[in-house]
Design a protein around this ligand. Structure first.
Ligand code: C5P
Length: 423
């Protein structure tokens, strides 16, 4: 078996409850094909979806599922000490919460608390559960402690719902496992523990590679709110989804990411330092404070204008009086400012949401703003705030037309292009 990539490597696979647990059986097959020794722990939830017998057959070992049964006393400690890598796939929201908070109420949670081996999680759950601030906070906590993650992917789920939460494909998990177990010089292990500060938490990507390790990225996202008086403001329909996905995708590739976000309903992306601001002027100040950076991706829908004189007190509707006239003034252009900044990031990427002549306007915008790339998209159909995007990447070399893709895929593809450009 010595020629195999994972020959004799010791992997402990923990399966928790998810309809995607059947994919873990395929993962076991792939791991064994690569030469790995695999022991499995099945939670009570996992046992609803795969049988102990199927797992025992595929691993060629007895399956562990009981904290209190025979050989339990030191069994869980021995099990925790045995592996070189613990893989939790599928990792349910419940098990991730237990890991984040150090619970040890079943064999899986106890082994995860007792092990000193690195841990790779492959989350799988309903999109609403994945996006819930509790799950995102748990993931951020785990990332900060050096737990790596692969996925989840986005797309149709078993339920009549679509979104992030799909278990990564067995081949992706295998690639992440291989990258984690490969010799350091061949593939650096993604780990929040190796980066400095909470914002340095890095998730390993689907491939497990971290080509942006050591790079700093600044991303803007969402709308800005421009105050009229203490209770009113001018805003736009930006959801922030695309920018958040880009911040997460860059972090997945190992970058230390600062996300400067206008007001959105989205949770802070895991492993990303998120700074919340309201107005364009606050966004510019936060961006300048985040320099130096290697990469800047300016995705925010910054208001072009603000009210020239913000009222100190709430404007009163006096009976019989005419409606007030708002005089507007130009906001700073953050993208143009950073593109000509003394500390200009090496690669500056702007966005252009256009309703007509999309590419033509983007080419002109790239020149005018002084950025390196423009990601242009057609918003003529009122698609702002949706889950998919059809974009054109405008660079000095020309224009690439990308197909319609979920925003997470646009983000992953853009992050990969950025990594390629900086390589
Ligand atoms: O000029 P326009 O708003 O169409 O340009 C869009 C691009 O410029 C986006 O990348 C956006 O984030 C950025 N922008 C900016 N500051 C502004 C206006 C736009 O950074 N005040």
């Amino acid at each position: 078996m010595s020629g195999l990539p994972l020959a004799e490597r010791r992997l402990l696979l923990i399966l928790s409850g998810s309809i995607a647990a059947y994919k873990a059986l395929e993962l076991v097959r792939l791991l064994r094909r690569e030469g790995a020794q695999v022991k499995a722990v099945l939670t009570a939830g996992g046992a609803h979806f795969v049988t102990k017998e199927a797992l025992a057959g595929l691993t060629g070992q007895r399956v562990h599922d009981d904290l209190w049964g025979a050989e339990a006393e030191i069994g869980h400690i021995r099990l925790a000490r045995w592996p070189e890598l613990v893989v939790v796939a599928p990792a349910s929201a419940d098990l991730l919460a237990k890991m984040a908070h150090g619970l040890a109420d079943d064999l899986a949670a106890t082994v995860l608390l007792a092990t000193r081996a690195p841990v790779l999680v492959a989350p799988a759950m309903n999109p609403a559960m994945w996006e819930h601030p509790a799950t995102q906070a748990n993931m951020a906590l785990l990332a900060a402690r050096g737990v790596a993650a692969v996925g989840p992917g986005s797309g149709p789920m078993a339920e009549p719902e679509s979104g992030p939460g799909r278990l990564a494909e067995p081949e992706e998990i295998l690639a992440a496992v291989t990258a984690h177990l490969a010799p350091a010089e061949a593939s650096p292990r993604a780990s929040g523990a190796t980066a400095s500060g909470a914002s340095g938490a890095a998730f390993s990507g689907a491939s497990g590679a971290t080509p942006l390790a050591g790079r700093r990225a600044l991303v803007t996202a969402g709308p800005t709110h421009e105050p009229i008086d203490p209770v009113r403001y001018i805003a736009n329909r930006s959801s922030g989804k695309q920018g958040y996905a880009i911040a997460a995708a860059l972090a997945t590739l190992g970058a230390r990411v600062t996300l400067v976000s206008g007001p959105t309903a989205l949770p802070d992306p895991a492993g990303v330092a998120t700074i919340r601001i309201e107005s364009a002027r606050e966004m510019l100040a936060a961006c300048e404070a985040a320099l130096p950076a290697d990469i800047a991706v300016m995705n925010a829908a910054v208001a072009d204008w603000r009210v020239a004189r913000e009222a100190d007190q709430k404007l009163k509707k006096e009976p019989g009086a005419a409606a007030p006239t708002l005089t507007m003034t130009l906001n700073p252009d953050i993208l143009a400012t950073l593109s000509r900044h003394a500390q200009r990031p090496g690669l500056v990427v702007g966005f252009a949401a256009e309703t007509e002549k999309v590419v033509e306007h983007a080419v002109e915008k790239r020149r005018r703003k002084g950025c390196d790339w423009i990601v242009a998209n057609d918003v003529s159909g009122g698609v702002m705030g949706g889950d998919a995007n059809t974009v054109h990447l405008v660079t000095a070399e020309g224009v690439e037309d990308w197909p319609e893709l979920p925003k997470e895929h646009v983000a992953a593809r853009l992050a990969a292009r950025i990594a390629e450009a900086l390589a």
